[in-house]
Design a protein around this ligand. Structure first.
Ligand SMILES: Cc1ncc(COP(=O)(O)O)c(C=O)c1O
Length: 364
């Protein structure tokens, strides 16, 4: 019932002609590990099914997926529009290496209706990149709006949602990206990325990807398939617990604001209801006591644990300003809404009441 783990990185051919065929075929299954691998293929097929895509391509990490996508589709002099609501690593890739390679990057506020489309320069913009819900403040970008942009390729990082909560391709978006390290693999034991979309585009990514080399390991792909087999039950329970905690935190005097798309107070709650089936397993909140309160919470939790990833079975808390977003300048942090008292929490599979007790004690 479980896929086989093909550890092999090299396959023997049947002779001269077969060696030529394998070396020149698109994504030949049994040739060389950087080109394709049957276990990785099983993970790619599962993700393509979940996203309603023709095909998918796996990578060694979410950043591997993003870097390969950008560098496949953008050349020197091309224009790229991205939202500022991005994982700090993605933002650093755009503002550092991409600009150094001569890609003209425009960053806009993805929560402002029409802002992304308005920044597109017809004939120059080759790529639009958004993340929704975004890391770390759970801001949303309108998928219908992104899907209706004509001209550039449109790419959505849907890591926080997983395919259980939203399917960007159904909104007309060209490619959906995941850090499968998170909810898809879902057990904090795989470092994995994936892109899904039309076969022609995925083939183009593969053509550059074999040169870029950020390929997925078969072992991680196996854990990716294992994670997908329980994705629906995990995300359903985790989203329900996240909603419960968000509502509880919203009433707590030590918390000044809770960021969760499932809360009626979230400024984009109506959009969330339109484009998401679940509101996700991650929430963020701001502590009225700022950085000192953040330190006390991170040091004070017991059941929840201080760590920076998300989407796994364990509830984790992190202080983005000093961890995930520490590489940004104070101005950039302020622009991304990464404040002194901001805490990001990924909700695991523990009992919701146990988590409330843990948070209550730590906040107290
Ligand atoms: C939204 C999002 N995209 C991409 C990444 C990068 O993924 P990885 O760590 O698998 O390279 C992350 C990592 O936290 C993320 O949160």
């Amino acid at each position: 019932m479980a896929p086989a783990l093909w550890a092999s990185s090299v396959w023997e051919s049947e002779g001269f002609d077969d060696a030529h065929r394998r070396a020149t075929a698109m994504r030949a299954d049994e040739f060389y590990g950087r080109y394709a691998n049957p276990t990785v293929r099983a993970f790619e097929d599962a993700v393509a099914d979940l996203e309603g895509a023709e095909d998918a391509l796996a990578f060694g990490s979410g950043m591997g997926a993003l870097a390969t996508t950008i560098l496949t589709l953008c050349s020197q002099g091309d224009h790229l529009v991205a939202t500022r609501q991005l994982y700090a690593g993605t933002l650093a890739l755009l503002q550092g290496p991409c600009r150094r390679f001569g890609i003209d990057v425009t960053i806009v506020d993805g929560t402002v209706p029409g802002a992304v489309a308005d920044a597109v320069r017809p004939g120059h913009t080759t790529l639009v990149l958004v993340e929704t819900p975004s890391n770390p403040r759970l801001e949303l970008c309108d998928l219908d709006e992104i899907g209706s942009i004509l001209g550039p390729f449109t790419v959505v990082d849907s890591t926080f949602a997983t395919p259980m909560a939203q399917q960007p391709l159904a909104h007309g978006v060209d490619l959906v990206v995941h850090s499968a390290t998170k909810g898809l693999a879902g057990h904090n034991d795989a470092t994995l990325g994936v892109v899904a979309g039309e076969r022609e585009l995925i083939d183009a990514l593969w053509g550059y990807g074999v040169l870029h080399g950020a390929v997925a390991s078969p072992f991680d792909a196996l854990n990716g398939v294992r994670g997908i087999r329980t994705l629906a039950v995990r995300t359903t329970q985790q989203s329900a617990t996240a909603q419960h905690l968000a509502e509880w935190l919203d009433q707590h005097p030590g918390v000044s604001v809770v960021h969760y798309p499932g809360l009626a107070t979230h400024p984009q709650h109506d959009l969330a209801k339109r484009q998401m089936r679940q509101f996700g397993t991650v929430l963020a909140f701001e502590l009225a006591g700022g950085r000192d309160a953040a330190r006390q919470l991170i040091d004070g939790v017991g059941l929840a644990r201080p760590a920076t990833s998300l989407g796994g079975p364990e509830t984790l808390v992190c202080h983005p300003q000093t961890t995930t977003h520490a590489s940004l300048t104070p101005d950039e942090q302020a622009e991304c809404g990464v404040t002194d008292g901001l805490i990001r929490m990924t909700v695991g599979l523990e009992d919701a009441d146990d988590l409330v007790r843990d948070l209550d004690r730590a906040l107290g």
